[in-house]
Write a protein that binds this ligand. Structure first.
Ligand code: LIP
Length: 260
């Protein structure tokens, strides 16, 4: 099944490249800087059709169908047709097709494909994680040597005070920051050891369902920023990191969890 999902992701990625060639039609959603394109919607329809053919009994949740999340029981495909939509609109080349298969709250298969770089990250529970077929693993860098990436939940700015306070505290303990605008891709970059930690204070399950499987299979850790189990039936904060950074980064997040 993993190989079938990888092929579906590649075909969906080709739709993004075609849309760039043909022109992107953009629509606004609620919140500052929250956009959807005709391509997001077309890719999601494609993914739903193709994934349903792979496992008809599995539920399906995608960013553009207006439901918030998957029921907590049974099998569910949780997809983001384009994670990094603003990057896609701005031709920044940092946008991915993200597919997660979650069963009873456990991520079983993850596929995240960046058609602009040709990089396909994938994993199956218990069978490791790979980038274009080659095994990947998180780095061993401690927080003081870490590149920490983050997302600002720009659509919902009620967490801004907490986020900037947490970032200031993290910056006092890490090597440097990066921010690329796609949670799924950055979590995969942690899995590949290119980044060492990722933080965002509110994401939807489709932003992290696929990448969470890849990171866990690459030896990483991923929880809420409060140290809780990642939900796949509700929004959550996300802290993703290698084993050498995680505890110290979590302590900093907990010490700055007040949004006052
Ligand atoms: C995006 C995330 C990103 C976050 C953005 C947005 P989208 O997903 O990948 O990390 O900061 O606010 O949620 O909307 O491009 O699929």
């Amino acid at each position: 099944m993993r190989e079938a999902i990888e092929q579906i992701a590649r075909s969906a990625g080709a739709m993004l490249l075609d849309a760039v060639e043909q022109g992107i039609t953009v629509h606004e959603k609620d919140g500052i800087g929250n956009f959807v394109t005709d391509c997001d919607e077309a890719v999601q329809r494609f993914l739903q059709r193709e994934l349903k053919a792979v496992w008809p009994e599995a539920a399906f949740v995608g960013e553009e169908d207006g439901k918030d999340a998957c029921r907590s029981q049974g099998a569910c495909f949780i997809v983001d047709p384009i994670d990094g939509t603003t990057n896609f609109i701005r031709s920044l080349g940092s946008s991915v097709v993200s597919i997660g298969l979650v069963e009873n709250g456990v991520p079983k298969i993850g596929v995240v494909y960046n058609p602009f770089s040709g990089e396909l990250f994938s994993a199956e529970r218990g069978r490791g994680a790979a980038l274009n077929g080659s095994p990947i693993h998180v780095s061993g860098r401690p927080l003081k040597n870490a590149l920490v990436s983050f997302g600002m939940t720009s659509y919902q700015r009620d967490l801004t005070v907490r986020m900037f306070r947490t970032l200031q505290a993290l910056f006092e303990h890490c090597e440097d920051f990066r921010s690329f605008g796609s949670a799924a891709l950055d979590i995969c970059r942690v899995a590949a050891g290119r980044l060492d930690a990722y933080l965002e204070l509110r994401l939807h399950p489709w932003d992290y369902a696929g990448a969470s499987c890849i990171l866990l299979e690459a030896g990483g850790r991923i929880t809420t920023a409060e140290g809780g189990t990642l939900p796949f039936d509700a929004t959550a904060s996300v802290l993703a990191a290698n084993g050498a950074c995680y505890e110290e980064a979590l302590a900093i997040c907990l010490n700055n969890a007040d949004n006052a």
